[in-house]
Ligand binder design. Structure first.
Ligand code: CUA
Length: 180
């Protein structure tokens, strides 16, 4: 009889410990998701995702590759269900490129095959990274964060051009149409 009671006590003690552990883990999840919200992994720069196309930096005419007066190269893109805009991004080989990308809808991913360019794209924030593309040629740039039914069709191309083929128009803009 006393043996059975011992077993019961033992079980109750472990049930209490496990119950407490589950409660602590669960509240950590709830607190972090409610109080801390979602944030991009780096470069916290907020933007209103509902007005992207209407005004400001990410209007359609301002997307793509631009060379500034100081020679700096900036690529602006939108990642939306289920395409990147633009579909092809020309960049010069061996020069630093700043990529700025944002989303009007859900979280997307951004990875350029064979390079270190890789970030998440979170609506409400601008994801920015700086990189140098060393290898000329077309690099596929798929969305690498599941974003819905069309996720697997969501990709763009980064076209890395050697200096001899790199051209911009009078406004300092480059596009894949000009290049070929
Ligand atoms: Cu966009 Cu997956």
């Amino acid at each position: 009889m006393s043996g059975e009671r011992e077993v019961l006590k033992f079980e109750l003690r472990w049930a209490t410990i496990v119950g407490l552990a589950v409660a602590i883990i669960f509240s950590a999840i709830v607190i972090s998701s409610v109080a801390m919200a979602i944030h991009p992994p780096s470069h916290v720069e907020a933007i209103d995702p509902t007005t992207l196309g209407a005004s400001g930096e990410f209007t359609e005419g301002n997307l793509g590759t631009t060379v500034g007066p100081d020679g700096s190269i900036t690529v602006r893109m939108i990642a939306a269900q289920f395409a990147f805009v633009p579909r092809c991004i020309p960049v010069p080989q061996g020069r630093p490129v700043t990529m700025r990308i944002t989303s009007p809808d859900v979280i997307h991913g951004f990875i350029v095959a064979g390079t270190n360019a890789n970030t998440m794209v979170v609506p409400g924030y601008v994801s920015q990274l700086r990189t140098v593309f060393e290898e000329a040629g077309d690099h596929r740039m798929p969305c690498d964060e599941f974003c819905g039914l069309g996720h697997s069709d969501m990709w763009s191309v980064v076209r890395v051009l050697p200096q001899s083929e790199w051209k911009t128009n009078a406004n300092g803009r480059a596009s894949c149409e000009i290049q070929r």
